[in-house]
Design a protein around this ligand. Structure first.
Ligand code: HAM
Length: 444
């Protein structure tokens, strides 16, 4: 029975006030990406399992340990997406988007699912905002996506995230790096975890990303990828550094960043916070020049990033960032009696059509209880509607903040309320002005 009232481990309920914050993040991030020429894409929450094993890679923790995979009723293996990139690339290929003008620039917000050991900042269902750019090979594209993140963080007034960059090479230079890693890790076969022992032959780069404390310790002395880059990768990395410097985007080089997904080539980067505990990586991304081909499309380079929305929210809350205020109730109409309750319903419907937040009684409360409720929901104004008011076609509009009352004609309630709220702009400042700006214009 307890299972009925307990959410699955690693999941979260977003209650209305936090959902509002999440919506603010989503609209700001998608809106900023739009200014950079990105169009939003929505792909399915589940895909054929093979898409992830091929793209994310079958030696990664994500594929080996963390995927929510199951057979559908026809016995086909499907997986809840552990990340956003693979589905976007699949959709671009399937829908022929790569035949159009390149680069193709796509943005998304999506839930992701990973069966992880949960802790603060690490969930089994979480949300990503991300972008993917397909068909742009210049380091200007790398610099542009990084500058988009930089701009998003600045619009949201997020401070103290540091950008760390690295290059992990390409199929040309990686074999010599793999060989060096294999030689190094072969000295520690008695200490590596069983998964990493398997990785030693197949993909020793993945050992650098293992979460086991012992493997992490050993990895500290491993050869560094930057020493193995081919000329092409080195020039690309230098090009990125020059562009970041030109855009005055501060960064540090962290040669230990390898990222947890197999598709990366050349540039990789992370934005990291030291304010939210062990899971401080808020954003991760990089270039994946072989991925489109890997999933069956034409040879097309690509790159992108994803920001974990829960982690971004945590950083913003820890840093005391401002969020837009939720709009409270403009008017609560308190009816007394059956006829008044019908008229109240008609009036709130009319007000809502004009863009006001209006409420009335639907539970049959006494007048006293209704006023208490109006106070609790933060109604700016109340209006009591009884038989006398109905007969006169007039009622008192009461400002809750100071009890000030003004008689208004019921047939002019919309205009009167708009005028009263408008008067308050001076007192409430730009917040209310913004809210009124969202409403349908009402003739005064
Ligand atoms: P990722 O580094 O695996 O990259 O995830 C990106 C971000 O998602 C992380 O930096 C983190 O904020 C968030 N995240 C990941 N796992 C969890 C979790 N279990 N709980 C909470 N937040 C989490 C990718 O997914 C790539 N697809 C990014 C990318 C796009 N690269 C190129 N294009």
């Amino acid at each position: 029975m307890a299972l009925l009232t307990k959410r699955p481990k690693g999941t979260q309920d977003f209650l209305p006030d936090r959902t509002g914050k999440l919506q603010y993040l989503e609209s700001t991030l998608l809106g900023t990406a739009k200014l950079y020429g990105f169009g939003e894409i929505r792909t399915p929450v589940f895909e054929h399992t093979e898409l992830f094993t091929r793209s994310v890679g079958d030696t990664t923790d994500v594929v080996q340990k963390e995927m929510y995979t199951f057979n559908d009723k026809k016995g086909r293996s499907v997986t809840l997406k552990p990340e956003g990139t693979a589905g976007v690339v699949r959709a671009a290929v399937e829908n022929g988007l790569l035949n159009e003008a390149l680069p193709l620039k796509l943005s998304y917000v999506t839930p992701c699912f990973r069966y992880e050991n949960t802790q603060e900042g690490r969930y089994r269902q979480f949300h990503q905002f991300g972008v993917e750019v397909l068909g742009a090979k210049s380091p200007s594209a790398d610099a542009e996506v990084i500058s988009l993140i930089h701009e998003c963080l600045s619009v949201l007034e997020v401070e103290n995230l540091t950008l760390e960059i690295n290059s992990i090479g390409c199929p040309n230079c990686r074999p010599s790096y793999h060989a060096a890693l294999k030689e190094y890790f072969s000295q520690y076969t008695d200490r590596l975890c069983p998964t990493c022992l398997e990785r030693l032959d197949k993909n020793p780069l993945r050992i650098l990303d293992c979460k086991c404390p012992e493997c992490k310790e050993i990895a500290k002395g491993a050869p560094v990828v930057l020493d193995f880059l081919c000329d092409d990768c080195r020039t690309h990395f230098e090009g990125l550094k020059q562009r970041l410097a030109a855009m005055e985007i501060p960064y540090t080089i962290d040669p230990t960043i390898v990222r947890g997904l197999d598709y990366y080539t050349k540039t990789v980067f992370e934005f990291v916070s030291n304010q939210i505990g062990a899971q401080g990586t808020v954003c991760g991304g990089g270039r994946y020049d072989g991925l489109v081909e890997e999933v069956g499309g034409p040879a097309t380079c690509g790159l992108g990033f994803a920001i974990g929305l829960e982690r971004l929210l945590a950083v913003m809350e820890a840093g005391g960032c401002e969020f837009p205020q939720e709009r409270p109730c403009d008017l609560y109409i308190a009816p007394m009696g059956e006829a008044a309750s019908i008229e109240a319903l008609r009036l709130v419907t009319q007000l809502r059509q004009e863009g006001f937040v209006a409420e009335t009684d639907t539970v049959g409360r006494s007048l006293k209880a209704q006023m208490k409720y109006a106070d609790k929901i933060g109604a700016a104004y109340t209006l009591v509607l009884g038989d006398n008011e109905l007969a006169a076609g007039k009622a008192n509009l009461k400002r809750m903040a100071d009890g000030q009352q003004q008689e208004v004609e019921l047939c002019q309630l919309t205009d009167a309320l708009y005028a009263r709220l408008f008067e308050q702009i001076g007192e409430a400042g730009p917040v209310l002005e913004g809210l009124l700006g969202q409403m349908n214009p009402v003739e005064l």
